[in-house]
Structure formats: structure tokens, C-alpha cells
Write a protein that binds this ligand. Structure first.
Ligand code: INI
Length: 154
């Protein structure tokens, strides 16, 4: 029996991290977490490309462009959408989730959803490296695992 599982070893992998600037005080922490995770899992600094976008709404479209270059083994998308008084929240979250999933599905390049979606700023801070882990770190670890798994399947 063959058992395929991604390894948490990113040596030789090439990664892109796409970061939204909305709620930058949160997304900066997610970015730091993701970079730290890649370093910890042996991805060399030369093999990491950071890409900035205005908001979470744009993450999927830019990730798609990156995936289609064929230059990356995985893409980590980072953002923070905090529920306000309007339903803008639902459109931004919905678009980000749908397009990021679609990039992975359509291109086969692992594209990870590292977007915090919360009701309050406090909840977002908790998920950005304080009480409840760092979503950026966790997402980049998932990207390393999926890049490894994808290489084994090819
Ligand atoms: N973008 C976010 O990443 N987070 C938010 O909380 C947010 N809110 O609340 O509006 C947000 N809006 C901007 C959006 O992502 C686009 O950048 C903008 O609509 C231009 O397309």
C-alpha cells in the first residue's frame, strides 16, 4: 500500500505570500508569521516572494496570476476582514474564499486561505499571534505540506 503525505520540509520549494494591506496592523503580523514558518521549515529566503495587494478582495486574482507563471510550488494568501456595519464584509470574504479555492482547483498550485474573518478587531488580534495562534504561520505550514504532497503526486 502506498501512503502519500506531505512532509513539513520546504527545502527546495518556491513560495509566494500575497498580503492584503487592509487592516495592515493585523496583516503585517500574519506576514511575519508566514515568513517565520517558511524559514522554520527550511524554505530559503531567496525562494520566497512577497506580493502586496490593496484588500482581501484582490487576493485570489493576484494569486491566479502568480500560479499561472509556474514559478511557485505554493501560494499563501493573507488578509483580515473584520465585520463592519455593512454587508461589504460578506462580499469581501465570499470573493476571497471562492477565488482562492478556485485558483488551487484550476491550476493545481496549492493556494492557501490565510484570511482572518472576525466580528471584532479583538478577535482578529487573537488570531494574529496573541491568544489563538497566528493564522499566517499556520497557513504557511499548510503551504509547505501541500507543496510537498503535490510534488509526490506529479
Ligand atoms: N478588505 C479587507 O481586506 N478587509 C476588510 O475588512 C475590508 N472591508 O471591510 O471593506 C476590505 N475591503 C477592501 C476590498 O478588499 C477591496 O480592496 C476594495 O473593495 C477594492 O476592490
Amino acid at each position: 500500500m502506498q501512503n502519500l503525505e506531505g512532509k513539513l520540509n520546504g527545502a527546495g520549494q518556491r513560495h509566494a505570500i500575497v498580503v492584503s494591506r487592509w487592516n495592515e496592523f493585523i496583516t503585517d503580523r500574519l506576514k511575519d508569521g508566514a515568513v517565520a514558518a517558511l524559514r522554520k521549515h527550511d524554505v530559503s529566503e531567496d525562494s520566497v516572494t512577497l506580493v502586496g495587494v490593496p484588500g482581501a478582495y484582490e487576493l485570489g486574482s493576484v494569486a491566479r496570476k502568480l500560479a499561472l507563471t509556474g514559478k511557485y510550488d505554493a501560494i499563501t494568501c493573507l488578509g483580515a476582514v473584520i465585520r463592519g456595519a455593512t454587508d461589504h464584509y460578506d462580499y469581501v470574504c465570499g470573493q476571497a474564499a471562492r477565488l482562492i479555492a478556485q485558483v488551487y482547483y484550476d491550476t493545481g498550485v496549492p493556494t492557501v486561505f490565510g484570511v482572518i474573518t472576525t466580528d471584532t478587531i479583538e478577535q482578529a488580534i487573537e488570531r494574529a499571534g496573541t491568544k489563538a495562534g497566528n493564522k499566517g504561520y499556520e497557513s504557511a505550514v499548510a503551504a509547505v505540506e501541500l507543496a510537498s504532497l503535490t510534488r509526490q503526486i506529479q
